[in-house]
Design a protein around this ligand. Structure first.
Ligand SMILES: Cc1cc2nc3c(=O)[nH]c(=O)nc-3n(C[C@H](O)[C@H](O)[C@H](O)COP(=O)(O)O)c2cc1C
Length: 253
């Protein structure tokens, strides 16, 4: 049986139309679930940075929610360096946060969010840690993660990346729990509150002997430098430094 050209094109158009409707419906229908999964992923990273779960350990939604009972998300305005009140914070969407051009930096950051979600970790009613989002360029692309600082705003409690495109076995070792174990106890700032933490080439020794340096990733000097530069930026005057300073001065540290 021979079909006319009109029939063939009409049939193909009808198939395309039906498929596009199905794909759009699936996209809209799954969006909520996608967003819920993204949120869960972010929460897991926050918990890993704070070592409330082991790096690499996957915990279920219920356990994350249980642990998050002791983690308070706050929204920090990076222009006024003040925390937003609860009402303004409730309307904040981290995926739609407006951005502003970043001041000159060596971390490859061209635009930075005007507001960020940070997290207070609570124990016995007291803040014991602050978990701060960080982002900067690795060798192959942006690396996004969290830095957990002790309430003294100086001692690092953990560092984790939830998004990075570095080469597995080289720069990708930023995800290796062994490397992440090197961070807790190091000091982000020196005695004069200058950013002092640095990933060096080669081994750095334990935090008690070498509080400001962390082992470099072998064969991945460029990724290591990316980590150092993003910490310098985010802990510096254009990042969290003014907020951390006022946090300390408010007597909460
Ligand atoms: C295929 C390939 C992938 C690489 N991936 C990374 C990487 O993810 N991070 C990195 O810093 N260097 C990576 N490098 C190595 C860099 O090009 C560079 O040689 C290295 O950072 C220098 O580090 P080193 O002084 O510790 O040897 C890669 C090299 C090749 C050939």
């Amino acid at each position: 049986m021979q079909y006319s050209m009109k029939y063939i094109f009409g049939f193909a158009a009808a198939v395309c139309f039906v498929c596009s409707i199905l794909i759009s419906a699936a996209n809209v229908g799954l969006r909520e679930r996608q967003r819920a999964n993204e949120l869960l992923d972010r929460q897991q990273s926050v918990l890993q940075a704070a070592w409330l779960v082991e790096p690499g350990e996957r915990v279920g939604r219920e356990r994350v929610q249980e642990l998050f009972d002791n983690v308070t998300p706050r929204v920090l305005d990076l222009t006024s360096n003040a925390l937003l009140d609860d009402e303004a914070a409730a309307a904040f969407d981290p995926d739609r946060a407006p951005e502003k051009p970043a001041p000159e930096n060596r971390a490859g950051i061209r635009f930075m969010p005007e507001q960020v979600e940070i997290y207070e970790v609570i124990e016995d009613g007291e803040i014991v840690m602050l978990v701060l989002p960080i982002v900067g360029q690795g060798l192959w692309g942006a690396m996004r993660g969290y830095l957990a600082l002790d309430v003294d705003t100086r001692t690092i409690r953990g560092l984790t990346y939830y998004e990075q495109a570095e080469t597995p076995g080289l720069g990708g070792e930023v995800d290796n729990p062994r490397w992440k174990r090197l961070w807790p106890g190091r000091l982000a700032y020196d005695d004069d509150w200058n950013v002092a933490i640095e990933v060096i080439k080669g081994p750095a020794g334990p935090p008690e002997e070498n509080p400001h340096e962390v082992d470099g990733l072998s064969g991945a000097t460029l990724t290591s430098r990316g980590v150092t530069e993003m910490l310098r930026f985010w802990l510096g005057e254009n990042g969290y430094e003014p907020f951390l300073k006022s946090f300390r001065e408010s007597g909460r540290a």
